[in-house]
Design a protein around this ligand. Structure first.
Ligand SMILES: Cc1cc2nc3c(=O)[nH]c(=O)nc-3n(C[C@H](O)[C@H](O)[C@H](O)COP(=O)(O)OP(=O)(O)OC[C@H]3O[C@@H](n4cnc5c(N)ncnc54)[C@H](O)[C@@H]3O)c2cc1C
Length: 230
């Protein structure tokens, strides 16, 4: 069965850094965990601030290096016994240089819009409804015993006309991508979530799934600021 990592790889076209940049900043990567034909570009910025550099011996001895004497985050981590991961897409434990959603050709942000919409907006079979707010997913029991539920439609309102509910149906499949917070919220509003919570808001329980909307954890994000006193 495909994993989240497989889906991520399918969606990207990965471009590794130049060898010079990789040596200068100590960037490592594993091509086997990346995709090469997806719609989202994944690469490294052409310019990386020199204070982020790896104090690689080659770089240290280079006459052209901007990085001599620069403090080195990865060296510091290593001195604390924290190893560098070869590629965060393979293992996100340790330190690593993460690629960005950047088009390597023009250095612009590669996003869902640029990857999946802009190039296809003229297609006759693509309909994008904007200024709508999804209020609920419509469900029905799936065929066969113990098969759970299936989504049969999406209920939404138009901004400014919130009293009127509309429904759209899909012939093939529904993809819920309302983000980290609102995807589980929509499931809960549709009756898929912890019974105790749904009862509190008088939402009819379709599936009692205690994990929906739970265990949310944000990552820690320690920014660092260095000042060159020289
Ligand atoms: C402050 C911040 C900084 C970040 N920085 C980075 C970064 O540097 N690099 C990186 O890779 N990732 C970063 N992320 C994470 C990244 O933004 C998310 O992982 C990514 O946007 C998730 O994409 P998504 O399509 O699943 O959801 P989202 O981008 O959240 O899109 C969900 C969309 O659904 C819409 N929506 C929600 N509910 C409804 C509803 N009921 N009806 C209709 N529409 C609805 C929302 O308006 C939104 O447009 C950052 C996130 C945050 C919050």
């Amino acid at each position: 069965m495909p994993t989240d990592a497989d889906h991520a790889a399918q969606s990207e076209t990965f471009t590794p850094p130049s060898l010079e940049q990789a040596a200068q900043f100590g960037i490592t990567w594993d091509p086997s965990v990346h995709g090469d034909s997806g719609y989202i570009q994944s690469s490294y910025p052409h310019y990386i601030y020199p204070q982020n550099s790896e104090s690689h011996p080659v770089v240290r001895s280079s006459a052209h290096s901007l990085t001599d004497g620069a403090e080195n985050f990865q060296d510091a981590m290593r001195s604390l016994g924290i190893a560098q991961s070869r590629d965060q897409a393979g293992s996100a434990i340790g330190t690593f240089w993460s690629p960005n959603s950047i088009d390597p050709h023009n250095q612009t942000r590669s996003s869902a819009r640029s990857g999946y919409f802009d190039g296809f907006a003229g297609r006759a079979n693509l309909h994008a409804l904007t200024s709508r707010h999804v209020t609920r997913l419509l469900t029905a029991p799936a065929a066969g015993k113990g098969k759970g539920v299936r989504i049969t439609g999406v209920e939404y309102v138009e901004y400014g006309q919130e009293r009127t509910k509309h429904v759209v149906h899909a012939r093939c499949e529904y993809i819920l991508s309302a983000g980290t917070v609102h995807s589980p919220q929509l499931l809960q509003l549709s009756g898929i979530g912890p019974k105790k919570l749904l009862d509190e808001f008088e939402i009819p329980v379709v599936v009692d799934l205690p994990g929906v909307g739970e265990n949310f954890q944000d990552r820690r994000w320690p920014p660092s600021l260095t000042k060159d006193s020289g």
